[in-house]
Design a protein around this ligand. Structure first.
Ligand SMILES: NC(=O)c1ccc[n+]([C@@H]2O[C@H](COP(=O)([O-])OP(=O)(O)OC[C@H]3O[C@@H](n4cnc5c(N)ncnc54)[C@H](OP(=O)(O)O)[C@@H]3O)[C@@H](O)[C@H]2O)c1
Length: 266
Protein backbone atom coordinates (compact mmCIF):
# COMPACT_ATOMS: atom_id res chain seq x y z
CA UNK A 1 0.00 0.00 0.00
CA UNK A 2 1.52 3.29 -1.12
CA UNK A 3 0.12 6.79 -0.94
CA UNK A 4 -3.62 7.30 -0.94
CA UNK A 5 -4.32 9.18 -4.14
CA UNK A 6 -7.52 7.85 -5.70
CA UNK A 7 -10.57 7.93 -3.46
CA UNK A 8 -14.01 6.49 -4.27
CA UNK A 9 -17.02 7.52 -2.23
CA UNK A 10 -19.83 4.98 -2.49
CA UNK A 11 -23.06 6.88 -1.80
CA UNK A 12 -22.82 10.59 -2.58
CA UNK A 13 -25.68 11.68 -0.32
CA UNK A 14 -25.57 14.26 2.45
CA UNK A 15 -22.49 12.78 4.11
CA UNK A 16 -20.74 11.14 1.14
CA UNK A 17 -21.29 14.18 -1.07
CA UNK A 18 -19.95 16.50 1.65
CA UNK A 19 -16.88 14.28 2.08
CA UNK A 20 -16.17 14.26 -1.67
CA UNK A 21 -16.53 18.05 -1.94
CA UNK A 22 -14.66 18.56 1.34
CA UNK A 23 -11.67 16.45 0.20
CA UNK A 24 -11.45 18.52 -2.97
CA UNK A 25 -11.84 21.81 -1.09
CA UNK A 26 -9.43 20.74 1.65
CA UNK A 27 -6.78 20.13 -1.02
CA UNK A 28 -5.76 16.69 0.22
CA UNK A 29 -7.16 14.82 -2.78
CA UNK A 30 -7.24 16.17 -6.33
CA UNK A 31 -10.82 16.47 -7.64
CA UNK A 32 -9.75 14.42 -10.67
CA UNK A 33 -8.76 11.58 -8.28
CA UNK A 34 -12.20 11.47 -6.66
CA UNK A 35 -14.96 9.14 -7.82
CA UNK A 36 -18.50 9.19 -6.41
CA UNK A 37 -21.44 6.86 -6.88
CA UNK A 38 -25.12 7.20 -6.03
CA UNK A 39 -28.43 5.53 -6.77
CA UNK A 40 -29.50 8.42 -9.00
CA UNK A 41 -27.59 10.55 -11.50
CA UNK A 42 -29.08 13.68 -9.90
CA UNK A 43 -27.13 13.05 -6.67
CA UNK A 44 -23.91 12.66 -8.67
CA UNK A 45 -24.67 15.87 -10.59
CA UNK A 46 -25.05 17.75 -7.29
CA UNK A 47 -21.48 16.83 -6.32
CA UNK A 48 -20.11 17.52 -9.78
CA UNK A 49 -21.74 20.95 -9.73
CA UNK A 50 -19.12 21.84 -7.10
CA UNK A 51 -16.17 20.12 -8.88
CA UNK A 52 -16.66 19.13 -12.54
CA UNK A 53 -13.41 17.10 -12.38
CA UNK A 54 -14.95 14.62 -9.94
CA UNK A 55 -16.01 11.45 -11.76
CA UNK A 56 -19.46 9.97 -11.15
CA UNK A 57 -20.73 6.42 -11.68
CA UNK A 58 -23.95 4.64 -10.90
CA UNK A 59 -21.98 1.35 -11.14
CA UNK A 60 -20.28 0.72 -7.79
CA UNK A 61 -17.95 -2.04 -8.99
CA UNK A 62 -16.50 0.29 -11.68
CA UNK A 63 -15.96 2.93 -9.00
CA UNK A 64 -13.81 0.80 -6.71
CA UNK A 65 -11.44 -0.50 -9.42
CA UNK A 66 -8.04 1.17 -8.99
CA UNK A 67 -9.13 3.06 -5.86
CA UNK A 68 -6.59 3.49 -3.06
CA UNK A 69 -9.37 4.31 -0.60
CA UNK A 70 -13.05 3.34 -0.76
CA UNK A 71 -15.37 5.21 1.59
CA UNK A 72 -18.72 3.51 2.17
CA UNK A 73 -21.33 6.23 2.80
CA UNK A 74 -24.71 4.62 2.14
CA UNK A 75 -27.49 4.05 4.70
CA UNK A 76 -27.04 0.95 6.91
CA UNK A 77 -29.91 -0.89 5.18
CA UNK A 78 -28.33 -0.23 1.75
CA UNK A 79 -24.89 -1.48 2.78
CA UNK A 80 -25.21 -5.29 2.33
CA UNK A 81 -26.34 -4.89 -1.31
CA UNK A 82 -23.65 -2.32 -2.04
CA UNK A 83 -20.92 -4.52 -0.55
CA UNK A 84 -22.12 -7.51 -2.55
CA UNK A 85 -21.78 -5.36 -5.71
CA UNK A 86 -18.16 -4.35 -4.98
CA UNK A 87 -16.88 -7.44 -3.13
CA UNK A 88 -15.34 -9.06 -6.22
CA UNK A 89 -13.89 -5.81 -7.59
CA UNK A 90 -11.91 -4.72 -4.50
CA UNK A 91 -8.15 -5.35 -4.49
CA UNK A 92 -7.79 -6.46 -0.85
CA UNK A 93 -4.01 -6.22 -0.98
CA UNK A 94 -3.92 -2.51 -1.69
CA UNK A 95 -7.32 -0.80 -1.39
CA UNK A 96 -8.13 0.65 2.02
CA UNK A 97 -11.80 0.36 3.00
CA UNK A 98 -13.43 2.93 5.27
CA UNK A 99 -17.04 3.15 6.39
CA UNK A 100 -18.98 6.10 7.74
CA UNK A 101 -22.05 3.91 8.23
CA UNK A 102 -23.16 4.32 11.83
CA UNK A 103 -23.74 1.17 13.88
CA UNK A 104 -22.10 -1.27 11.44
CA UNK A 105 -19.06 -2.70 13.23
CA UNK A 106 -15.83 -4.13 11.77
CA UNK A 107 -17.06 -7.71 12.36
CA UNK A 108 -20.22 -6.92 10.34
CA UNK A 109 -18.08 -5.48 7.54
CA UNK A 110 -15.79 -8.56 7.47
CA UNK A 111 -18.95 -10.68 7.26
CA UNK A 112 -20.33 -8.68 4.34
CA UNK A 113 -17.00 -8.73 2.45
CA UNK A 114 -16.54 -12.40 3.34
CA UNK A 115 -13.04 -11.68 4.67
CA UNK A 116 -10.79 -9.38 6.62
CA UNK A 117 -8.90 -7.22 4.07
CA UNK A 118 -5.06 -7.27 4.07
CA UNK A 119 -5.05 -3.51 4.60
CA UNK A 120 -6.51 -1.93 7.76
CA UNK A 121 -10.17 -0.94 7.80
CA UNK A 122 -11.43 2.35 9.22
CA UNK A 123 -14.74 3.39 10.73
CA UNK A 124 -15.24 7.12 10.48
CA UNK A 125 -18.00 9.17 12.15
CA UNK A 126 -18.08 12.80 10.95
CA UNK A 127 -20.85 15.35 11.50
CA UNK A 128 -22.69 17.56 9.03
CA UNK A 129 -20.31 20.51 9.61
CA UNK A 130 -17.97 18.58 7.29
CA UNK A 131 -19.71 20.52 4.50
CA UNK A 132 -18.03 23.65 5.99
CA UNK A 133 -14.73 21.83 6.69
CA UNK A 134 -15.61 22.08 10.40
CA UNK A 135 -16.50 18.48 11.18
CA UNK A 136 -15.74 16.77 14.46
CA UNK A 137 -14.73 13.35 13.15
CA UNK A 138 -14.17 10.26 15.29
CA UNK A 139 -12.04 7.53 13.66
CA UNK A 140 -11.27 3.95 14.71
CA UNK A 141 -9.09 1.43 12.87
CA UNK A 142 -9.11 -2.33 13.14
CA UNK A 143 -5.29 -2.49 13.03
CA UNK A 144 -2.47 -0.13 13.87
CA UNK A 145 -0.71 0.74 10.60
CA UNK A 146 0.61 4.30 11.16
CA UNK A 147 1.68 4.88 7.55
CA UNK A 148 -1.93 4.49 6.39
CA UNK A 149 -3.62 6.01 9.45
CA UNK A 150 -1.54 9.17 9.01
CA UNK A 151 -2.91 9.59 5.49
CA UNK A 152 -6.48 9.01 6.64
CA UNK A 153 -5.85 11.54 9.41
CA UNK A 154 -4.53 14.13 6.93
CA UNK A 155 -7.56 13.72 4.64
CA UNK A 156 -10.14 14.10 7.43
CA UNK A 157 -8.19 16.76 9.35
CA UNK A 158 -8.48 18.93 6.22
CA UNK A 159 -12.24 18.81 6.87
CA UNK A 160 -12.20 19.67 10.59
CA UNK A 161 -11.03 18.16 13.87
CA UNK A 162 -10.18 14.45 14.16
CA UNK A 163 -10.35 12.34 17.32
CA UNK A 164 -8.96 8.80 17.14
CA UNK A 165 -10.67 6.34 19.42
CA UNK A 166 -11.51 2.67 20.03
CA UNK A 167 -14.31 1.16 18.01
CA UNK A 168 -16.36 0.67 21.22
CA UNK A 169 -16.32 4.48 21.76
CA UNK A 170 -17.55 5.36 18.25
CA UNK A 171 -21.23 5.30 19.20
CA UNK A 172 -20.43 7.69 22.08
CA UNK A 173 -18.51 9.93 19.68
CA UNK A 174 -21.48 9.85 17.33
CA UNK A 175 -23.76 10.88 20.20
CA UNK A 176 -21.46 13.70 21.32
CA UNK A 177 -20.69 15.20 17.90
CA UNK A 178 -22.88 13.82 15.08
CA UNK A 179 -26.10 13.85 17.11
CA UNK A 180 -24.54 16.56 19.25
CA UNK A 181 -24.60 19.11 16.44
CA UNK A 182 -28.40 18.73 16.45
CA UNK A 183 -28.39 19.29 20.23
CA UNK A 184 -26.33 22.45 19.71
CA UNK A 185 -28.90 23.61 17.12
CA UNK A 186 -31.65 22.71 19.59
CA UNK A 187 -30.17 25.06 22.23
CA UNK A 188 -29.76 27.81 19.63
CA UNK A 189 -33.32 27.35 18.40
CA UNK A 190 -34.70 27.44 21.96
CA UNK A 191 -32.69 30.58 22.76
CA UNK A 192 -33.82 32.32 19.55
CA UNK A 193 -37.46 31.51 20.26
CA UNK A 194 -36.94 32.60 23.87
CA UNK A 195 -35.61 35.95 22.67
CA UNK A 196 -38.69 36.33 20.46
CA UNK A 197 -40.91 35.58 23.47
CA UNK A 198 -39.14 38.43 25.27
CA UNK A 199 -40.17 40.76 22.44
CA UNK A 200 -37.35 40.74 19.85
CA UNK A 201 -37.94 40.03 16.18
CA UNK A 202 -36.65 36.69 14.82
CA UNK A 203 -33.84 38.50 13.00
CA UNK A 204 -32.76 40.44 16.10
CA UNK A 205 -32.97 37.38 18.34
CA UNK A 206 -31.04 35.18 15.86
CA UNK A 207 -28.31 37.80 15.53
CA UNK A 208 -27.99 38.16 19.30
CA UNK A 209 -27.97 34.41 20.01
CA UNK A 210 -25.52 33.49 17.23
CA UNK A 211 -23.08 36.27 18.07
CA UNK A 212 -23.32 35.41 21.78
CA UNK A 213 -22.45 31.81 20.90
CA UNK A 214 -19.53 32.99 18.73
CA UNK A 215 -18.33 35.14 21.63
CA UNK A 216 -18.51 32.20 24.05
CA UNK A 217 -16.55 29.99 21.63
CA UNK A 218 -13.95 32.72 21.06
CA UNK A 219 -13.38 33.01 24.81
CA UNK A 220 -12.99 29.25 25.24
CA UNK A 221 -10.81 28.86 22.13
CA UNK A 222 -8.24 31.33 23.45
CA UNK A 223 -7.62 28.61 26.06
CA UNK A 224 -6.88 28.61 29.75
CA UNK A 225 -10.45 28.50 31.06
CA UNK A 226 -13.34 26.05 31.15
CA UNK A 227 -17.03 26.81 30.54
CA UNK A 228 -17.62 26.50 34.30
CA UNK A 229 -14.95 29.10 35.09
CA UNK A 230 -16.42 31.47 32.50
CA UNK A 231 -19.91 30.99 33.98
CA UNK A 232 -18.57 32.04 37.39
CA UNK A 233 -17.18 35.26 35.87
CA UNK A 234 -20.68 36.21 34.64
CA UNK A 235 -22.84 34.94 37.47
CA UNK A 236 -22.55 37.26 40.47
CA UNK A 237 -24.17 35.55 43.49
CA UNK A 238 -27.74 36.78 43.80
CA UNK A 239 -27.57 38.51 40.38
CA UNK A 240 -29.67 38.14 37.25
CA UNK A 241 -27.46 35.45 35.62
CA UNK A 242 -27.37 33.39 38.82
CA UNK A 243 -31.17 33.56 38.90
CA UNK A 244 -31.37 32.29 35.30
CA UNK A 245 -28.84 29.52 35.92
CA UNK A 246 -30.78 28.42 39.01
CA UNK A 247 -33.92 28.24 36.84
CA UNK A 248 -32.00 26.05 34.35
CA UNK A 249 -31.00 23.76 37.25
CA UNK A 250 -34.58 23.67 38.56
CA UNK A 251 -35.82 22.69 35.09
CA UNK A 252 -33.21 19.91 34.81
CA UNK A 253 -31.11 21.36 31.97
CA UNK A 254 -27.95 19.29 32.66
CA UNK A 255 -29.99 16.15 33.19
CA UNK A 256 -31.80 16.67 29.87
CA UNK A 257 -28.47 17.08 28.01
CA UNK A 258 -26.85 14.06 29.71
CA UNK A 259 -29.94 11.90 29.12
CA UNK A 260 -30.02 12.89 25.43
CA UNK A 261 -26.32 11.97 25.05
CA UNK A 262 -26.84 8.63 26.79
CA UNK A 263 -29.89 7.74 24.73
CA UNK A 264 -28.24 8.54 21.39
CA UNK A 265 -25.06 6.65 22.35
CA UNK A 266 -27.06 3.43 21.80
N1 LIG B 1 -25.78 12.54 8.29
C1 LIG B 1 -24.99 12.47 9.38
O1 LIG B 1 -24.92 13.36 10.23
C2 LIG B 1 -24.11 11.26 9.54
C3 LIG B 1 -23.11 11.29 10.53
C4 LIG B 1 -22.27 10.18 10.67
C5 LIG B 1 -22.46 9.06 9.84
N2 LIG B 1 -23.46 9.09 8.91
C6 LIG B 1 -23.66 7.92 8.08
O2 LIG B 1 -23.57 8.30 6.72
C7 LIG B 1 -24.32 7.37 5.94
C8 LIG B 1 -25.09 8.14 4.89
O3 LIG B 1 -25.98 9.03 5.52
P1 LIG B 1 -26.59 10.26 4.73
O4 LIG B 1 -27.26 11.09 5.74
O5 LIG B 1 -25.55 10.83 3.84
O6 LIG B 1 -27.69 9.48 3.83
P2 LIG B 1 -28.20 9.86 2.36
O7 LIG B 1 -28.20 11.33 2.17
O8 LIG B 1 -29.48 9.12 2.15
O9 LIG B 1 -27.08 9.27 1.39
C9 LIG B 1 -27.05 7.93 1.00
C10 LIG B 1 -26.53 7.91 -0.42
O10 LIG B 1 -26.38 6.56 -0.80
C11 LIG B 1 -26.77 6.49 -2.16
N3 LIG B 1 -27.11 5.12 -2.50
C12 LIG B 1 -28.19 4.40 -2.15
N4 LIG B 1 -28.15 3.17 -2.69
C13 LIG B 1 -26.99 3.12 -3.40
C14 LIG B 1 -26.37 2.14 -4.20
N5 LIG B 1 -26.89 0.92 -4.36
N6 LIG B 1 -25.20 2.44 -4.78
C15 LIG B 1 -24.63 3.67 -4.62
N7 LIG B 1 -25.17 4.65 -3.88
C16 LIG B 1 -26.35 4.37 -3.28
C17 LIG B 1 -27.95 7.40 -2.27
O11 LIG B 1 -28.13 7.73 -3.63
P3 LIG B 1 -29.37 8.66 -4.13
O12 LIG B 1 -29.18 9.99 -3.46
O13 LIG B 1 -29.19 8.76 -5.57
O14 LIG B 1 -30.61 7.95 -3.68
C18 LIG B 1 -27.48 8.57 -1.43
O15 LIG B 1 -26.75 9.47 -2.22
C19 LIG B 1 -25.25 6.61 6.90
O16 LIG B 1 -24.84 5.27 6.98
C20 LIG B 1 -25.04 7.29 8.23
O17 LIG B 1 -25.04 6.39 9.32
C21 LIG B 1 -24.27 10.16 8.73
Amino acid sequence: MGNIRKVSVIGAGNMGGAIAIGMAAGGTVLPSDIVVTAGHQLSIDRVRAAYQEITGFTDNSMAVRGADLVILAVKPRQLPDVVSEIREAVDYGSTVIASVVAGVVFEDLYGMFGRMPDTPMYRIIPNTAISRLKSTTFIASDRDVPVISEQIDTIFRSMGDVIWTDERMLSCGMSLASCGIAYAFRYLDAAIRGGMALGFSEVESSRAVLSTMEGALAILKQGGTTPRQEILKVATPGGYTARGLQTMDDKGFDDAVHSALRSSAG
